[in-house]
Design a protein around this ligand. Structure first.
Ligand code: SF4
Length: 376
């Protein structure tokens, strides 16, 4: 069985199994996880709603999430797994959708820990390549539970932004040393671990990045992912009060809650050089880290390093044709120009493109019924 047909067949099986296990199917059907489209790093899974840890660069308040409290997500583990399988944009298994846990909350928040472990356990059951990032730490006595409940090669990002000014930026988070300590234990437990330097705050992160990387290296952490910075009006004000200047780094000023990217390419290049000089491996994006920790590459890896295109999984024409049929359509033609797969088909729904994208780990352009959809 090829990659696409395998993912679709596995989705059918998991769906059947989960419908037997879950009592309240409607609760899963009505949940957001059953409808959302994947983002850059696959489908995001939220073990909680809100976060009360108050990082000054955090944008969840501007997205409408509560910042004075945090609550475990109302779905149980099986309900979450069912919601994901009901989502027409998502497929399970090693040729299915990448999963990212906890992008709008802190998965190791003490009030979310049980829920996070439960979700990891059910994601392990689905078999998707999963990634999570963390800033909080949990007690040593729960380490084995974490290692056992999560999939074998879970990709873990330990998120840091500053060493010396962490208390101003992230007043309620544990010191960076504590985060690295836990990251080391997780790595020693067999998971893929990378230091996620994010956000990169101009004038802060880049000033102490060498020290930060040396510290990470002293804990045996070898992979680095460099993130960016997005600001809203509120975040700009917070950063200004800490003396951070974004002059010349914004294409335009943000309006209200709107998030605007800050230019940090020069700083990322500098930090990447520092990491490489310490013998660390720089991974291009969180998605790239998820792929590499699972022993593969994705289109993101390939965009940044052309030679990696050779390591993308093959696109088997028969598998593609049969997969498109299983998704309810008919393949008209396809063209592969790495890392982009162009597919023309009849009778396919838009969400089929996400399944094809993840099965072959490529960007996809889908032409169907005179319309063109992009999946990147
Ligand atoms: S821990 Fe994450 S979600 Fe919570 S405030 Fe900090 S950046 Fe926001």
């Amino acid at each position: 069985m090829g990659r696409l047909t395998k993912a679709i067949e596995m989705k059918r099986k998991k769906l059947e199994e989960l419908k037997e296990i879950v009592e309240d199917v409607r609760k899963a059907e009505e949940d957001w996880h059953a409808r959302r489209e994947p983002r850059d790093c696959g489908i995001t899974v939220h073990p909680g709603i809100g976060c009360d840890l108050g990082c000054v660069y955090c944008y969840i308040a501007d997205m409408g999430f509560p910042t004075d409290k945090v609550e475990p997500y109302p779905l149980s583990g099986p309900e979450l797994a069912l919601a994901l399988m009901l989502n027409p944009n998502v497929a399970p298994g090693p040729t299915g959708t990448y999963v990212a846990v906890g992008s709008v909350t802190e998965p190791f928040h003490p009030l979310l820990l049980d829920k996070t472990f439960e979700y990891l356990k059910w994601l392990k059951y689905l078999g998707n390549y999963t990634q999570m990032s963390f800033k909080m730490v949990f007690p040593e006595r729960r380490l084995n539970e974490f290692l056992e409940s999560s999939e074998r090669r879970l990709s873990v990002l330990v998120s840091v932004s500053s060493l010396r000014r962490a208390r101003e930026l992230e007043p309620r988070l544990p010191p960076v040393e504590k985060r690295f300590e836990l990251a080391k234990k997780i790595k020693d437990g067999g998971k893929g671990v990378a230091v996620f330097i994010r956000p990169i705050i101009p004038g802060i992160t880049d000033k102490e990045s060498k020290e930060l990387l040396e510290l990470a290296s002293s804990y045996g952490l070898e992979d680095v992912v460099l993130g960016g910075l997005r600001v809203t009006q509120r975040i700009m004000k917070n950063l200004r009060s800490l003396g951070v200047s974004l002059e010349g780094r914004l294409r335009r000023l943000p309006r209200g809650r709107e998030q605007v990217y800050v230019y940090t390419r020069d700083l990322r290049d500098k930090i990447a050089r520092e990491a490489e000089s310490l013998g660390m491996r720089v991974l291009y994006t969180a998605c790239d880290a998820n792929a590499r920790h699972h022993g593969e590459v994705c289109w993101d890896s390939c965009i940044f390093e052309r030679e990696l295109c050779e390591r993308l999984p093959p696109v088997d024409p028969r598998d593609l044709r049969e997969g498109v049929e299983m998704l309810g359509g008919k393949l008209v033609s396809f063209e592969l120009k790495e890392p982009v797969l162009k597919v023309e088909a009849e009778g396919l729904k838009k969400n089929a493109g996400w399944i094809i994208q993840m099965a072959y780990r490529r960007q996809v352009i889908l032409k169907v019924g005179g319309r063109t959809f992009y999946y990147k």
